[in-house]
Structure formats: structure tokens, C-alpha cells
Design a protein around this ligand. Structure first.
Ligand code: NAD
Length: 235
């Protein structure tokens, strides 16, 4: 458990060229949530769902981390025990910036992985199509699925989020509209809080935050990093 929790969403990867979900040109403009990202979609639309995540994997293969990912990786390396990194993102841009697997928690799953629908074994398939990797689980023979938490499904890693929220004193929110996670509530649980988005969101009450930056993450991250360092040095 750490003193500082950095929680990111789709906005932190927007400047690397990965679409956010809710903005004008976002993914939901082109795909219905219920078809590809809602509990049961694998039963109703298996082929379409698998194709959607195959395309997302191809999309992230050549995407590069931006300055915000890199600064956060450096902070984590400098204060490994004082900072926890949790993300709603399913891309691998923090990992490409040098974050180790055990230094980051992907709350909503990880695109590079498939999971067995029966035995829950996880397979890192990098950027391959699901069917090029295997038609069934190499361990038990059951069906495989993208290791993504669909709306309406349990998110087991929220347990880690709850633990971190109970211990952290500063929460830093970057690039999330707050529609999935109630970040206004999180800000009320901690002594200090920072919010960085491009613009205000209907799902966030920014008056609860100690500091608010409406700016690109790559532009705000310098000041945010300085705030975190000052906070930890004075703790
Ligand atoms: P969202 O699309 O609902 O909201 C994006 C937020 O990012 C907005 O508030 C916007 O103001 C902000 N933003 C946009 N560009 C920014 C920038 N350059 N710098 C700083 N902020 C910027 O995203 P969400 O709240 O993360 O929720 C969407 C869900 O979809 C999440 O659960 C996430 O797992 C998933 N998702 C992930 C990815 C990814 O892995 N990169 C991409 C799309 C969606």
C-alpha cells in the first residue's frame, strides 16, 4: 500500500494516438457497447467481439508511450514503495515506457492477454489475432476470450483499488471522464487530490479536488510530478 495513488484512463493514451471511448471521435461512436463490451456479448456476438479486440491489438502494436507515461514510469522507479500505479487502460503503453508487469495494475484487463473461459489461465499473445494463437485453451481445451472486463462483469482487481484508496494520502487522476469509476468519491477519501483531464466532465465534481489541470496530460505532467515529489519529500 502506498502514500500516492496514480489512476489513469483513456485520456493519458490519447496523445499516443489511441482513441478514448467517449469523445466525439471515440470508439463508441463506431461500435455499440452492448455488441462488444457488455457481459454476454461473447454468447450473442462471439465472432464480432473477438474481431473487435483483434483490431484493438493490431491498433496498439505500433503506438508509442508519450511523455506522461514516461514521467510516471520514472516516478515509480524513484519511489517504488510510495507510489502505486493503477490504470483503467487495457493498452500496454506504460509497459512500453519501461514499467514492469508487477508495478502496474490493469483494473479492466489487458489487451495483449487471452483468458480461458473455464480454467481462467491467462496467455500473453502480444498483438496476434485470437484464432492465430489458438482456437481453444492449450491447458484445458475450453473456449478462450479477450482478458477484458466487460460492463456488467466482476472486476476482481477493484479489490486492490479499494485497498490502495484506504491507504493513500494523495490521489492523482489523469485522463478519465469518471463515468466508470467515481473519482469524485475517491477524492473525498484522501487528504490531497489532483485531477487532469482535457475538459470538465459531467460525471466529476472538480470542486472536491485540491488541484485541477484542464490540459493535455503531456503538458500537465511536469507540474503534477513536481507536486508528487514535494508531497513525498514533506511526508
Ligand atoms: P473516457 O473516454 O470516458 O474519458 C477520457 C477522458 O480523458 C476525458 O475526461 C478527457 O477529457 C480526457 N482526455 C482526453 N485527452 C486527454 C489528454 N490528452 N490529456 C488528458 N486528458 C485527456 O475514458 P475512461 O474514463 O478511461 O473510461 C473509458 C473506459 O474505456 C475505461 O474503462 C478504459 O478501460 C477503456 N478504454 C481504454 C483505452 C486504452 O486502453 N487506451 C482506450 C479507450 C477506452
Amino acid at each position: 500500500m502506498s502514500k500516492v495513488l496514480i489512476l489513469s484512463g483513456a485520456g493519458i493514451s490519447a496523445e499516443s494516438g489511441i482513441s478514448t471511448f467517449r469523445e466525439a471521435d471515440g470508439l463508441w461512436e463506431k461500435h455499440a457497447i452492448e455488441d462488444v463490451c457488455t457481459a454476454g456479448c461473447l454468447d450473442m456476438n462471439e465472432e464480432g467481439t473477438i474481431k473487435f479486440y483483434d483490431a484493438r491489438r493490431v491498433d496498439i502494436e505500433n503506438k508509442k508511450p508519450n511523455y506522461a507515461h514516461k514521467v510516471i514510469v520514472e516516478l515509480k522507479q524513484k519511489y517504488p514503495h510510495d507510489i502505486s500505479i493503477l490504470t483503467q487502460n487495457v493498452d500496454d503503453l506504460f509497459e512500453k515506457a519501461g514499467m514492469k508487469e508487477d508495478e502496474i495494475v490493469h483494473l479492466h484487463g489487458y489487451l495483449r492477454e487471452l483468458r480461458c473461459r473455464e480454467c481462467d489461465e491467462i496467455f500473453d499473445i502480444a498483438y496476434q489475432n485470437q484464432d492465430s494463437f489458438a482456437h481453444e485453451c492449450p491447458s484445458c481445451g475450453a473456449k478462450l476470450r479477450p482478458n477484458i472486463v466487460f460492463f456488467g462483469e466482476a472486476a476482481p482487481k477493484y479489490q486492490i483499488l479499494t485497498q490502495e484508496l484506504n491507504s493513500c494520502k494523495l490521489i492523482v487522476i489523469i485522463g478519465t471522464s469518471g463515468n466508470v469509476l467515481d473519482v469524485t468519491y475517491f477524492a473525498q477519501l484522501t487528504d490531497k487530490s489532483i485531477l487532469n483531464n482535457l475538459e470538465p466532465s459531467n460525471a466529476i465534481d472538480d470542486s472536491y479536488f485540491t488541484k485541477v489541470y484542464y490540459a493535455k496530460a503531456t503538458e500537465a505532467i511536469g507540474e503534477i510530478a513536481q507536486y508528487i515529489e514535494d508531497f513525498l519529500e514533506n511526508e
